[in-house]
Design a protein around this ligand. Structure first.
Ligand SMILES: Cc1cc2nc3c(=O)[nH]c(=O)nc-3n(C[C@H](O)[C@H](O)[C@H](O)COP(=O)(O)OP(=O)(O)OC[C@H]3O[C@@H](n4cnc5c(N)ncnc54)[C@H](O)[C@@H]3O)c2cc1C
Length: 413
C-alpha cells in the first residue's frame, strides 16, 4: 500500500497535519493507536501563556520572538501565519474557537482557578485580564452524585474573586439512574444522556426554579458530546448568563473536538487506521522506506513522507528508563538532561524539566538516528524537545503550528 504521506499518531498535531495535507490533495494514511491528550483537554488552546520566569504573557507573539533557536516556534518561523490559520481550520472541523489572536485571555479551570489561555472552544467562557469576575451572584448546579465536578472548589475560587456562589443539586431521574453503579457516574456516560434536548429542558427548568437573583449559572461541560443542541437550549432557557466549566477527565468537549477532527480528516479523503500502532519501521540510507503496524502484520505500508506525531510520555511517543529518554517507534535521537535528579522537582507545582525532553530535530523538523538525518521523516507536536508545554502553556499552539509548518513543507515538496 503506497501513500503520499503516512502520519503516526492521531492527536491534535497529527490530525491538524493530516487534514491540511489531505485538503491540499495529498493522499494520507493516519495510523493511531489510542486515546490522545484531547481526552484531558480543558477546552483552552494555549499558544504561549507564560514567559521563562513564569509570568503571565499578555501578547504571545511578542514573547515568541524572544525564544531560543532550539524552541519549536523558532523552527516554525512565521508562527503568526500558522496561528492565524487555526481558528478557520477548527471551524471547518466543526469545533469553532473564540478569543483574540493577539492577546491571551483567562478561563476558569475545573478546580475554580483562573488560568491563562490563547483561544478556547466555543463552550468555554473567556475573561479579559483584570476583568475576571463572572458575576455578582453565581448558582453552581451539579448532578446528584456526580463527584468529578468539584462544585465546592469552584465556589471557593469564585468567592476569592468576589462572586458570591451557591451550590444546588440537579435530580434528573434519567441521569440519577446512572448511580445504580457508582463507576458509571462519569462525564461521558452523563454526556450521552445530557445531550438529549428533553434533558436540557429539564435541567433549565430545575435551575430556573431555584434562581433568586443570581446573574450567572455554572453547569458541568457535559452537554455537547454529539452536537450543540442541548447547550443552545440551556443558553436560551436559563434566565441568567450561563457558563460551562470543566470536570475531571475525560473531557466531553475534548472528546467531541477529537471526533470532529477525525471525521473531517476522513471527509477530506484521508485513510484512518484507528486502534492500530506503527511498529518496525525500515530505515535505509537516511530515509524511511516503509513501516509495519500491529494489525497489518507482514504487510508493509509505504509513503514518500512520514510524520511522527506520536505524543509525549502519556501517549507513549516517548518512554523513560532510569538512564535515558527514548523515542518509541524509530529510536530517534532525543534531548534530555544527564542525571535523573535533573529531570524533575519534588515541588508538585514547580517546573518539571522532563516535560521539555523529546525528539531532537533540525530546523526543518527532520529527526536523526545516531546523528544521521532522516530526510523524509518529520516530527511534530508534543514528541518534540525544546519546550515545556505545561510551564509555558504552549501545548496546542506548538502541536498545531508545527503540524501546519510541516504540512506546508511537504506540500511544497
Ligand atoms: C493531561 C494533559 C492535558 C493537557 N491539556 C491541554 C489543554 O487543555 N490545552 C492545551 O493547549 N494543551 C494541553 N495539553 C498539551 C498537549 O500536549 C497538546 O495540546 C497537544 O494536544 C498534544 O498533541 P499531540 O498530537 O502532540 O499528542 P497526543 O495528543 O499525545 O497524541 C498522540 C497520539 O499518537 C498515538 N500514538 C502513539 N504512539 C503511536 C504508535 N506507535 N502508532 C500509532 N499511534 C501512536 C497516541 O495513541 C495518541 O493518539 C495537555 C497535556 C496533557 C498531558
Amino acid at each position: 500500500m503506497k501513500f503520499d504521506v503516512i502520519i503516526i499518531g492521531g492527536g491534535l498535531s497529527g490530525l491538524t497535519c493530516g487534514y491540511a495535507l489531505q485538503k491540499a490533495g495529498k493522499k494520507c494514511l493516519m495510523v493511531t493507536s489510542g486515546q490522545n491528550v484531547m481526552y484531558f483537554s480543558s477546552g483552552g488552546f494555549g499558544l504561549l501563556s507564560r514567559d521563562s520566569d513564569g509570568n503571565f504573557v499578555k501578547n504571545p507573539f511578542d514573547e515568541i520572538g524572544k525564544l531560543p533557536a532550539s524552541h519549536p516556534y523558532s523552527k516554525v518561523g512565521d508562527v503568526r501565519k500558522y496561528a492565524e490559520m487555526i481558528p478557520s481550520l477548527m471551524a471547518e472541523a466543526l469545533t469553532p474557537l473564540h478569543g483574540n489572536i493577539d492577546s491571551n485571555s483567562l478561563m476558569y479551570s475545573a478546580l475554580g482557578m483562573l488560568r491563562p489561555t490563547w483561544m478556547a472552544l466555543d463552550s468555554v467562557t473567556l475573561f479579559k485580564p483584570g476583568n475576571e469576575k463572572p458575576g455578582e451572584k453565581a448558582m453552581i448546579a451539579n448532578f446528584s452524585g456526580y463527584l468529578d465536578f468539584n462544585s465546592a472548589f469552584i465556589a471557593e475560587g469564585l468567592s476569592a474573586r468576589g462572586t458570591q456562589a451557591e451550590i444546588m443539586t440537579l435530580d434528573i431521574p434519567e441521569i440519577s439512574y446512572l448511580r445504580r453503579n457508582p463507576s458509571e457516574m462519569r462525564s461521558v456516560n452523563i454526556g450521552r444522556i445530557a445531550a438529549k434536548p428533553e434533558i436540557a429542558r429539564k435541567v433549565a427548568e430545575a435551575v430556573n426554579c431555584r434562581l433568586k437573583g443570581e446573574d450567572v449559572v455554572i453547569l458541568p461541560a457535559v452537554f455537547n458530546l454529539e452536537d450543540d443542541v442541548a447547550m443552545e437550549i440551556l443558553r436560551e432557557s436559563i434566565k441568567a448568563r450561563l457558563m460551562f466549566l470543566g470536570n475531571m477527565p475525560p473531557s466531553v468537549p475534548g472528546i467531541r473536538s477529537q471526533l470532529e477532527l477525525l471525521s473531517s480528516f476522513e471527509r477530506a479523503g484521508g485513510t484512518l487506521l484507528k486502534g492500530d500502532s506503527a511498529t518496525r519501521p525500515e530505515v535505509f540510507g537516511g530515509k524511511v522506506s516503509c513501516i509495519h503496524t500491529m494489525n497489518l502484520g507482514e504487510t508493509a505500508i509505504e509513503a514518500d513522507s512520514y510524520v511522527l506525531a506520536s505524543g509525549s510520555f502519556y501517549s507513549k511517543g516517548l518512554t523513560a528508563t532510569p538512564e535515558k529518554i527514548s523515542e518509541t517507534v524509530f529510536g530517534l535521537d532525543t534531548d534530555y538532561a544527564q542525571g535523573r535528579e535533573n529531570w524533575y522537582t519534588k515541588d508538585f507545582f514547580g517546573k518539571q524539566n522532563y516535560l521539555g525532553f523529546g525528539v531532537r530535530t533540525d530546523e526543518d523538523f527532520h529527526p536523526s538516528i545516531g546523528g544521521e538525518k532522516i530526510s523524509n521523516l518529520y516530527a511534530i507536536g508534543s514528541v518534540l524537545s525544546g519546550y515545556n508545554l505545561v510551564a509555558e502553556g504552549s501545548g496546542a499552539g506548538v502541536a498545531m503550528t508545527s503540524a501546519l509548518k510541516v504540512a506546508d513543507e511537504i506540500i511544497k515538496g
